[in-house]
Design a protein around this ligand. Structure first.
Ligand code: 5AD
Ligand code: SF4
Length: 488
């Protein structure tokens, strides 16, 4: 049977023949061009959620946060209302992360906690989506051990949420559909943005880097760039709505455009977005190999592109970098850092680092510490390597004890925390521009926001309102934030 889905014509699935993921298919990169489809809501599902409520629990990266905004948009379009209390919601969705084992363990815990409310409220629908269901093993466990789950879908078919809900109501059975191919880019999906002045803007999806430790190329599929005109139109629209800041999102934003015809790159996009009138542009995440001079020049030339950059290095040792398949060396990375510092004086640099990658020796770890010192990072996310089934590194022998792994992480964190503090000290007595997010949670007389260099600033307000960009004089520098007062 065929069913109309906006502009899509899709085969009606028998959802009981579980459509499960398969890592071997997910690994494939078929060089097919990605089609773009403009979403239109299907009148068939118009009042599906009338009188019902939803709650979305989001874990993981900004990509998941952006996806949850789309799911909230779909729910509201169907007539559902947001319910703050998870246990009272008619539909609860868990948007999950698979990047490390502890991220997954947390989610298994949350699922366990939802068993009791579901027993009390039999018609509650519990759904799980995002990166975890893209793993074969996870779906097997869900199907065998978690009968209370009604809906399982992945990262490639969020736009089918209305159809999945419709099927559950109709057949009173669970729906499982996880695709291991990416399909099209779906534009014009509804969205309920979490903030009125800062917005996520996806510029591309997926990743083709295949770092040997990482599950993302399997869970998020191949690199697919949105058309530049769609991105520019979205940002122009945000400017009209009063948004002050956009964060451009992608697993590897520097690869933007590689899959499109022509030679338009990420740097070109930055120059074009600067002309939209948006006041602040940030972007994440970058891959050092693909960070090019045009991007660095755009950061130098465009007033709206903020002087901070998250540039994950992962390790400072050439042998480890090679075994991670990062495709750059210590020296090549340092050359990019030099170009960044020369062109964007005062730039604030942050990074991601993995310690205890299989086979990492003490000497190799020390090379990471050396690199951290040479760069002078002002922040970092640091992780102990976590094996992900199906990735090449999961098969590498790793004889290190848990104690050794934690010892390396602790030694690294001492340096990183010093970097945070130094990054704040340099602004003592200076005036910085802060985009105001709201009132401080611990002291209602203070407001809080982010400076251009992406530092948390708490300050005594004068005239500041949420969403304003105000001048703040820094009076105190701590490790995790700075304090100050608004000046005219
Ligand atoms: N183990 C530990 N850290 C990982 N990351 C990605 N995969 C793993 C893994 N298997 C880290 C990397 C990446 C960040 C988002 O998560 O540092 O940049
Ligand atoms: Fe994972 Fe590497 Fe892609 Fe980042 S660049 S998402 S670490 S595979």
């Amino acid at each position: 049977m065929k069913v109309e889905f906006g502009l899509l014509d899709i085969e009606m699935k028998d959802y009981n023949n579980y459509n499960k993921p398969d890592l071997n298919s997910a690994r494939k990169r078929l060089n097919k061009e990605t089609a773009t489809i403009y979403y239109e809501s299907n009148p068939l599902y118009k009042d599906l959620g009338k009188g019902k409520t939803y709650h979305i629990l989001t874990y993981g990266c900004q990509g998941n946060e952006a996806d949850s905004e789309v799911m909230a948009g779909i729910f509201e379009e169907l007539g559902y209302k947001y319910q703050e209390n998870v246990e009272e919601a008619d539909v609860v969705l868990l948007n999950t992360c698979a990047i490390r084992e502890n991220a997954e363990n947390r989610i298994w815990g949350v699922l366990g906690n939802l068993k009791a409310p579901k027993r009390m409220k039999k018609d509650m629908i519990i759904g799980i989506c995002g990166c975890m269901p893209q793993e074969e093993k996870v779906v097997d466990t869900l199907l065998q051990k978690y009968r209370e789950i009604d809906l399982v879908f992945g990262t490639h078919n969020i736009y089918k949420l209305p159809e999945f809900l419709h099927e559950i109501y109709k057949h009173h059975d669970r729906v499982v559909e996880v695709l291991s191919y990416e399909g099209s880019i779906i534009e014009a999906l509804p969205k309920i943005r979490a903030s009125k002045h800062k917005a996520w803007v996806n510029i591309m999806y997926g990743c083709d880097e295949f770092c040997t430790y990482c599950i993302v190329p399997y869970t998020r599929g191949k690199e697919r760039s949105r058309n530049k005109d769609d991105i520019i139109a979205e940002v122009k629209c945000l400017v009209k709505e009063g948004y002050k800041e956009v964060t451009l999102l992608g697993q590897n934003v520097n690869a933007y455009g590689k899959d499109l015809e022509g030679d338009y790159t990420f740097g070109d996009l930055l120059y074009d977005l600067d002309k939209t009138g948006i006041q602040r542009i940030r972007y994440t995440t970058s891959h050092p190999r693909d960070l090019d001079m045009k991007t660095i020049y755009a950061m130098r030339d465009c007033k709206s592109v903020m002087p901070s950059l998250h540039l994950p290095v992962q390790s400072g040792d050439d042998v480890v970098l090679k075994r991670m398949n990062r495709k750059y060396t210590f020296d090549e990375y340092m050359a990019k850092i030099k170009a960044l510092k020369e062109n964007i004086p005062g730039i604030s640099l942050t990074t991601d680092i993995i310690v205890a990658f299989p086979g990492e020796t003490e000497e190799q770890f020390l090379n990471t510490l050396k690199l951290v010192q040479e760069v002078g990072y002002e922040g970092a996310f640091t992780f102990i390597y976590s094996p992900r089934e199906g990735t090449p590194a999961a098969k590498y022998p790793n004889p290190m004890t848990e104690e050794e792994k934690h010892d390396r992480l602790n030694r690294l964190n001492v340096l990183i925390n010093e970097g945070y503090k130094k990054g704040h000290d340099r602004f003592l007595g200076k005036e910085v521009l802060v985009l105001v997010d709201g009132y401080s949670k611990t002291n209602k007389e203070l407001m809080t926001g982010y400076s251009e260099h992406n530092k948390v600033v708490n300050f005594i307000p004068k005239n500041a309102k949420i969403g304003d960009i105000v001048k703040v004089k820094i009076t105190e520098a701590k490790t995790w934030f700075m304090n100050g007062e608004e000046v005219d």
